[in-house]
Ligand binder design. Structure first.
Ligand SMILES: [Fe+2]
Length: 148
């Protein structure tokens, strides 16, 4: 099942939305690699790229949370750290055994339901806060935020 981007996933902050869309593409790439039983090396490479992209993405959101003094930051950070822990576990499982049925099942949940729930449950709220906050900030305080 392909992870499809829907308009309701938009957080209305263009830098975050662009990264989310890129993440969906990368997740689909990884899931495709797992499904087609690609070699362990190819699988590990795709996974490694995805992991570093996820770290970049989380740090981007977190920098914006600090810059905007976002009150929901502790809960949001905890969710990011939890995902990173689960991804590291999945990664070591794939490294040990390649694309097993177990890994595919874990991958499907972690890389689809988790993202959709996270975007809709936390990122959309943060996006709304950021858009409202930016309207009251002096220009240049939140330089990375380009609202749609
Ligand atoms: Fe997030």
């Amino acid at each position: 099942m392909t992870l499809l981007w829907l308009p309701e996933y938009a957080v209305d902050v263009s830098s975050i939305d662009a990264q989310h869309r890129e993440l969906f593409d990368r997740i689909n790439e990884l899931r495709g690699a797992m499904r087609s039983g690609k070699g362990r090396e190819a699988l590990e490479k795709t996974m490694e790229f995805l992991r570093s992209y996820i770290v970049t993405h989380f740090r981007h959101e977190e920098r914006l949370m600090v810059a905007s003094a976002y009150p929901g930051m502790p809960a949001h950070l905890a969710a990011h750290r939890e995902f990173e822990t689960q991804l590291a576990e999945l990664e070591s499982r794939v490294r040990r055994s390649g694309s097993t049925v177990d890994a595919v099942i874990a991958n499907n949940h972690l890389l689809s339901s988790w993202w959709i729930a996270h975007i809709r449950g936390l990122d959309v709220g943060f996006g709304k806060f950021l858009v409202a906050r930016q309207a009251f900030e002096k220009p240049g305080v939140l330089p990375e935020v380009a609202v749609h």
